[in-house]
Design a protein around this ligand. Structure first.
Ligand code: HEM
Length: 418
């Protein structure tokens, strides 16, 4: 069964881990039947792919995530292009051509990364801790007053959305649009809207988002403020980061910064609910939270897959991947590889989970890892002491609609007496 593994299929999504185990054991370089992608499942091999951008180009991230099937030059598609152009003054083809940090290779990648790193220095990120605490206390007050709540909707979503919107300098009344836009991009890039983009309405959100961001980038160029977009539109960097590059980078931040951290918080709580002994320990001792975060990134990674293109024939574990072949690195499988992590299928908040690939590895290592850790720590430190008094109500198995991102759509909890 599992040797039919297909990364884009929803068939393996509920519990992909048995399929990953079979792949690691029997087919560590597996050619998926439908997409023809070469799926790499062992820790050592996934690390090799990530550490060698000269052999494995990130262009596949663009091919997989940005090139939705719009069905060729149909009248509907042409109408979309005209509408998009009219609303944004950006040609959709230009978006595909420009690429994005996550789909670029060195040296262009490194030049852009050096600039955007300035917005994510340890000092800049640490400065958000106070604001993160404020947002979490405000949400916790609402939660406690209500007695019953959805952890995802009421805490795990509002925290990263608010922080990223404030970091970027988005007007407060556009914050809810931000979440809607970022959901639309995930659906378009890796969910069911990929197959029927015209029906789902996500293309309209896409156009709204690009129009809004372009306006913002222009405004900050005219009058810089103390926010991330102003750092990015620095006139001294204009030959590396053009206007469209900044817009595309902000779009990447929106998705990378929202959906992933939300699911890290949700997946951590989900794992604790499945492991009451760990829950009791971390509830009594919040210093265990950083270990809980790393173990969650290993055990149930919010980003399960990365994509690459082989730049030449490359041999991995005795199989030759041909030049041009699309490679899927299964982070979620590498993290469960027994040869790297003993008792890898066991959720163990005491283990040294460092070295997991939850944030990737090498030149594309997650730019927002410190921010994600900070947000998850602040949220979980406030929430875990409450967990012994809370019970899970309703199913926890409705997953978000994405082949890339793993997390629960809802986690309904209620105080024992609610
Ligand atoms: C738990 C939360 C997060 C997880 C699991 C995660 C995971 C990842 C992974 C696996 C990559 C590597 C992609 C590759 O190699 O192709 C990556 C890259 C990236 N992440 Fe994150 N991420 C998280 C949070 C964030 C946040 C909060 C931000 C920003 C606000 C962010 C921004 C980025 C960016 C910009 C890249 C591309 C870096 C590059 O290409 O150089 N991520 N992330």
């Amino acid at each position: 069964m599992s040797l039919d593994y297909e990364p884009f299929s929803s068939a393996f999504r509920d519990d992909p881990y048995p399929a990953y185990a079979a792949l690691r054991e029997h087919a560590p370089v597996h050619r998926s039947p439908e997409s023809g992608s070469w799926c790499i499942s062992r820790y050592e091999d996934v690390s090799f792919v990530l550490k060698n951008p000269d052999l494995f180009s990130s262009s596949a991230m663009q091919d997989v995530l940005m090139d939705g099937d719009l069905g060729g030059l149909t009248p509907r598609y042409l109408w979309f292009i005209v509408k998009f152009l009219w609303q944004t003054r950006i040609h959709p083809f230009e978006i595909q051509r420009a690429g994005n940090l996550v789909s670029m290779d060195p040296p262009r990648h490194d030049a852009m990364r050096n600039i955007v790193n300035r917005g994510f220095t340890p000092r800049r990120i640490a400065a958000w801790e106070g604001r993160a605490r404020e947002i979490v206390s405000q949400q916790m007050r609402l939660i406690e007053a209500r007695g019953a709540f959805d952890l995802v909707e009421d805490l795990a979503i509002p925290l990263p959305v608010t922080i990223i919107a404030e970091m970027l300098g988005v007007e407060p009344d556009r914050k809810s649009d931000f979440k809607r836009w970022s959901d639309a991009i995930v659906a378009l890039a890796s969910g069911s809207a990929k197959e029927n983009p015209f029906e789902s309405g996500v293309l309209d959100s896409f156009a709204e988002l690009f129009g809004y961001l372009k306006g913002m980038v222009r405004a900050r160029r005219r009058a810089p403020q103390d926010d991330l977009i102003s750092v990015l539109v620095d006139p001294a960097q204009q030959d590396v980061l053009r206007e469209l590059d900044v817009v595309l980078f902000v779009v990447l931040l929106l998705v990378a910064g929202n959906e992933t951290t939300t699911n890290l918080i949700g997946n951590a709580v989900n794992a604790l609910l499945d492991h009451p002994e760990s829950l009791a320990r971390v509830a009594a001792d919040p210093t265990l939270v950083p270990g809980l975060i790393d173990e969650t990134l290993r055990y149930d990674a919010p980003i399960q897959l990365i994509f690459r293109t082989a730049t030449r024939d490359v041999e991995i574990a005795g199989t030759t991947i041909p030049k041009g072949g699309m490679v899927t690195g299964i982070l979620g499988s590498a993290n469960r590889d027994e040869s790297r992590f003993a008792r890898a299928d066991v959720f163990d908040i005491d283990r040294d989970a460092r070295g997991h690939l939850g944030f990737g590895l090498g030149v594309h290592y997650c730019l927002g890892s410190s921010l994600a850790r900070l947000e998850a720590r602040v949220a979980l430190e406030a929430l875990v002491p409450e967990l012994p008094r809370l019970k899970s109500v309703g199913p926890r198995n409705e997953l978000i609609d994405s082949f890339l991102i793993r997390g629960r759509r809802h986690l309904h909890l209620a105080y024992g007496n609610a």
